[in-house]
Ligand binder design. Sequence first.
Ligand code: SF4
Ligand code: MG
Length: 323
Amino acid sequence: MNLLEVKELKTVFKTGSGAVPAVNRVSFSVHAGETLAIVGESGCGKSVTSLSIMRLVAAPGEIAGGEVRFEDKDLLKLSAKEMRNYRGNEISMIFQEPMTSLNPVFTIGNQIGEVLRRHEGLSKQEARRRSIDMLERVGIPGAARVIGQFPHQLSGGMRQRVMIAIALACRPKLLIADEPTTALDVTIQAQILDLIGTLSREENTGVILITHDLGVVAEMADRVAVMYAGEIVEEANVYELFEHPGHPYTIGLMGSLPKMTEQKERLHSIPGTVPNLLDMPAGCPFHPRCPYAADVCLRIKPELEQKKEGHLVRCHRAEEVAL
Ligand code: SF4
Ligand code: MG
């Protein structure tokens, strides 16, 4: 059964020149224990999608339609209070820049311990032991000392790791991780991704991993959705996507896969830029950058279609260009 099912989600930003669809009728699902990676360049709608699921889109952004079904509930229909109960309990998220912050007047140990006691009814002593364990697992040295410290005594990177420990300590059913490790050094990155993988396997946690790092995708994801200009342009399981990408945009991202010798692992640039959502090109939004663009692409917008079992592509020429 699907843990999460997003259907026709639409999130717009209201501007003086009209409502801009930052997320345009996006649908996907995540099973328990599955990791779905959402990839694309910045500005393609990945983060707005994750914020929409959590109902944390800030004005002038607004969810304009669709469903976000978590287990049997449409999260978009819950009251604000009901939604708060889901956040940080059933659904946790970790962001590159933490959206919430640590409480300055409580020690680190208090703040993680509180989550553990609330979720698992642990005694103070057990909560302390588990807090130390969680901090060690996110790569915090001297965890036994750190639990007695206050947030201001830690560096920014350490505070972020504490936030990650808190997000994982509640054993969410769904974890949304939006570029969670980009700001951290490589060793800690690997350690945290590892921890997310372990959590997913051991606790059957569904994970939505938002990233522009194809190395991370290859390592972590079961399935991948590629977004461009607010829409999903391709979706497939990770092997299929890497072996037989069917959308020119995906192929462009793959073409930029780093050589083993290169340090950089980011998706590099495909010539041109993400279109201005206020001034979208007619036909296929990717056509100004697409090396395969034909006449039809300038006139008719392609639909997301199933090309093979479980492999969806939004391109008029997918059969011809597919690798
Ligand atoms: Fe390129 Fe045409 Fe496919 Fe769009 S529909 S990605 S322009 S080939
Ligand atoms: Mg982002």
